[in-house]
Design a binder for this molecule. Structure first.
Ligand code: SAM
Ligand code: SF4
Length: 265
């Protein structure tokens, strides 16, 4: 699929749940979030159909995200079902890593090839402050588990305020070097203000080479994280919604009401 600006769209990011076991300050509002109704969340079968249709339209790269994807009940079955769709050459997940001690091995068996794990600091207190509820020991054990079961291309996603020279970022970079993991720095963004930045060490945030579509767990296709236009799979049908979103992709992002926990970053 090509959009109006001749960009090839071949990357689908699918949020499998809006639930999360953390409450990161830059992602969730302090007052908590309005959860989607259970019946609004796409079933496993619908998610597989979305991926199959997307692959038929030229998608070859799929990333599962959330909320926190590993809190969706039955996630390993879903991962396997999606992984069986022929034509996916790059199959990845973005996770906060806290549940990987339990899930790293089954995820690998179910077909996930690459993991991005979010880690903003190595300081236990700072981690608890940033995530409001998290324990850093769980993520570190999760990273360890992922390495032990043989995930080879683990990347750490590290949200920074201004620069990769901040103390937290430097510590994460050193940890990455010691563990042989790539680190991508992402400046904290604000969709409401239209503040978005290029991912340092990654491909996100570069509008000229944007190749992605985002699907929320309630089946809305978003042309861009920074656009409020959505194409609803359940009302339009999968193909119409995907093609509509591609046709509507803006040349570059503006502002939106979208929140990261809803669309998975
Ligand atoms: N729960 C999973 C996790 O944290 O990795 C997946 C979903 S999370 C929304 C995906 C990514 O978005 C994470 O790496 C997170 O740090 C990032 N993120 C969330 N809010 C952000 C913001 N305001 N600015 C930049 N990145 C953000
Ligand atoms: Fe949850 Fe990920 Fe958002 Fe943190 S960044 S609150 S882990 S969805």
């Amino acid at each position: 699929m090509y959009d109006r600006f001749n960009r090839r769209i071949h990357y689908l990011r699918l949020s499998v749940t809006d639930l999360c076991n953390l409450r990161c300050q830059y992602c969730m509002p302090a007052e908590g979030i309005q959860l989607l109704h259970h019946g609004d969340i796409l079933t496993f079968e619908e998610m597989v159909d979305v991926v199959r249709e997307a692959v038929g339209l030229g998608v070859d790269k799929v990333r599962l995200t959330g909320g926190e994807p590993l809190v969706r009940r039955g996630i390993i079955d879903l991962v396997r079902m999606i992984g069986e769709v022929p034509g996916i050459t790059d199959y990845a997940m973005t996770t906060n890593g806290t549940l990987l001690t339990e899930y790293a091995a089954p995820l690998k068996q179910a077909g996930i090839q690459r993991l991005n794990i979010s880690l903003d600091t190595l300081d236990a207190e700072r981690y608890e402050t940033v995530t409001r509820v998290g324990q850093i020991s769980e993520v570190l054990a999760g990273i360890d588990a992922a390495l032990r079961v043989g995930f080879e291309q683990i990347k750490l996603n590290c949200v920074i305020q201004m620069s990769p020279d901040e103390p937290d970022a430097l510590a994460v970079a050193a940890f990455g070097r010691a563990q042989g993991l790539d680190v991508r720095f992402i400046r904290q963004m604000d969709t409401l203000q239209g503040e978005f930045w290029q991912v340092l060490g990654g491909t996100g945030g570069q509008c000229v080479s944007c190749n992605r579509l985002r699907v929320s767990s309630d089946g809305k296709v978003y042309p861009c994280l920074f656009s409020d236009r959505v194409f609803d799979i359940r009302t339009l049908g999968i193909r119409e919604a995907l093609c509509g979103a591609v046709a509507y992709k803006p040349e570059s992002g503006k502002t939106s009401q979208n929140r990261f926990y809803h669309l998975g970053g």
